[in-house]
Design a binder for this molecule. Structure first.
Ligand code: HEM
Length: 519
């Protein structure tokens, strides 16, 4: 403490007859109170961008809550009115929103990084948050998805299909009975966690109920912990993160995942070391542990943490795919004419035997249907997120300060100039565009563009989208051929829960299902 302050404190305590301990307690309380309620440096808006969403509220906290409640209208209304960059106070602090026409400039510019965004927003240095460390620390995780997972798609399609059959039978077992009700988004999360784990981890670990719980829940626990910690002033986070129930839960998940995976990792290390000693080639299992281990060795990261890598697979793959799948199923129920058309398409290309990559490729109406569903119901309103690692001046003179967070929202996906009748669901939209000469690869579910950015676009476009596409198609094939679906009489298509920029199906909403007589 500087001398003059110590002197003043001493004088103050002597004058008031308060002992030293009380002064220290009072001083700590004052610092904590200031830290909690005082303005935070990280919440200070950037210069040069109008701040939207704080006009009618007094405090930063209120502005952050306003963003959580009304992100969609703040983005759409402001861009419709001004068409210009602006900033909001997101729960993470100020966030610059750039209109869609900045896409070309941002998507491949290395000065604005996706890893920087994860690092800044998700506390990757605190225990419990290690699930995003792999995506931030080095390129091993992303390369393992881009190369290992994508190249294995042919090999894993049949495994996914067989696992889907078993999972569906277990979840919806009853044959020859009337309509049953279920919370479909909860089931979908279980199914995607199970299918993805079947590919990412070896047996029997992939079926371990404790692991399956982590695979489905770590994302929720992780984001809940991040939200809770963001509400704590920056100065106090290094201490408070040890005590919040949400951060403790995330830490516990990482502990359990480590305990579950350690024996398998130790077994593999021993086996590979022995084989190397004997100069023997071994056939490694096709799973994410192998993909990450291979890339880590090639890139020179022998101490790469495969448990954290596996958690990163869950964070990236499971909720995103489950939510996209649920939205597609809701759209199917809302547009039953497509149930008939998609069943006909499946019948035309699949004999009920092995479900191959090429069968999935030929399901072009299903592909279009999924893309249309994702266009109107993306899992996030801002799929492109970056942090500027240095000051950046864009072509029109817009200056992005160093360390600023920026995002590009999905507004182009409902732009009438790009999509006639943009708000109307048209399952044939992309099928018809794809059938135009020269367009075969332009409008597939996995194709990214400035006009369809649900998987991002450019350098960081989601490398897991090919796998996600196959997983969703396999689920739809089995669901459509084996079950009839409808909404309960008293409930239409459920609206998604909108929390900030996240759009998630409401877990309380139900659908009805009935096993088809022919299945
Ligand atoms: C429907 C499901 C999915 C959606 C909607 C989705 C969406 C996204 C988005 C919006 C991005 C950021 C792109 C950008 O900034 O340009 C992204 C990145 C990424 N996704 Fe996905 N994703 C999905 C499934 C998956 C799956 C199954 C995996 C596999 C593990 C995965 C792994 C990744 C990785 C590694 C990145 C970072 C890429 C990079 O930094 O270059 N995603 N995803």
């Amino acid at each position: 403490m500087p001398n003059h302050i110590t002197a003043n404190v001493t004088l103050f305590s002597v004058a008031n007859g308060i002992n030293g301990a009380s002064v220290i307690i009072l001083a700590v309380a004052a610092v904590l109170t200031y830290a909690w309620f005082g303005p935070s440096v990280t919440d200070r808006p950037y210069s040069g961008f109008p701040l939207i969403g704080k006009e009618d509220v007094k405090t930063t906290q209120e502005a952050k809550h306003n963003w959580l409640r009304s992100a969609k209208s703040l983005i759409y209304d402001t861009l419709a009115r001004t068409g210009r960059p602006f900033q909001v106070l997101a729960s993470t602090g100020p966030l610059i929103i750039l209109p869609a026409n900045y896409m070309d400039e941002v998507r491949n510019d290395d000065r604005m990084t996706f890893g920087g965004f994860l690092k800044k927003d998700f506390f990757t240095t605190y225990p419990g948050f290690q699930g995003f460390r792999p995506a931030v620390d080095n390129g091993v995780f992303t390369t393992s998805v881009r190369v290992g997972l994508t190249q294995s798609l042919g090999q894993v399609t049949q495994i996914l299909s067989a696992e889907t059959e078993v999972a569906l039978k277990e979840l919806y077992p009853l044959a020859d009975v009337d309509w049953q009700s279920t919370h479909f988004s909860v089931d979908a999360l279980k199914m995607i966690a199970r299918l993805s784990s079947r590919i990412f981890l070896p047996e029997p670990l992939c079926h371990d109920p404790d692991w399956l719980r982590i695979a489905a829940e770590y994302t929720v626990d992780f984001f809940a912990a991040a939200y809770a910690l963001r509400m704590v002033p920056v100065l106090l986070r290094p201490v408070v993160h040890w005590f919040l129930p949400q951060t403790r839960k995330a830490r516990k998940d990482v502990e359990i995942a480590t305990r579950l995976m350690d024996p398998e990792l130790a077994r593999r290390r021993k086996e590979y070391a022995q084989a190397e000693k004997e100069g023997r080639q071994i056939k490694k299992p096709v799973d994410a542990l192998t993909w990450m281990e291979t890339v880590a060795r090639e890139k020179g990261f022998p101490a790469y943490n495969l448990v954290w890598g596996q958690l990163n697979y869950s964070l990236g793959a499971i909720h995103t795919t489950a939510n996209t799948f649920v939205m597609a199923v809701y759209d199917l129920i809302e547009h039953p004419e497509y149930v008939k058309l998609l069943r006909e398409e499946i019948e035309a290309h699949w004999d009920g035997g092995a479900l191959t990559k090429s069968v999935l490729y030929n399901l072009k109406l299903m592909d279009s249907f999924m893309k249309e569903s994702q266009r109107l119901s993306p899992v996030t309103l801002v799929p492109i997120n970056r942090v500027a690692d240095e000051p950046v001046t864009l072509k029109d003179g817009t200056k992005i300060p160093k360390n600023a967070c920026l995002g590009i929202p999905v507004t182009a996906m409902t732009d009438e100039k790009l999509y006639p009748n943009a708000l109307k669901f048209d399952g044939h939209r992309f099928y018809n565009m794809r059938m135009q000469p020269g367009n075969e690869s332009k409008y597939q579910f996995v194709t990214t563009s400035n006009e369809h950015i649900s998987f991002g676009h450019g350098k960081h476009a989601c490398p897991g989208r090919f796998f996600a596409s196959n997983e969703i198609k396999i689920l739809l094939v089995h669901l459509l051929t084996k079950y009839d679906l409808k909404f309960p009489e008293d409930q239409g298509k459920p609206s998604p829960l909108e929390i900030g920029v996240s759009m998630a199906p409401n877990p309380r909403s139900s659908i009805m299902y009935k096993r088809r007589a022919t299945s």
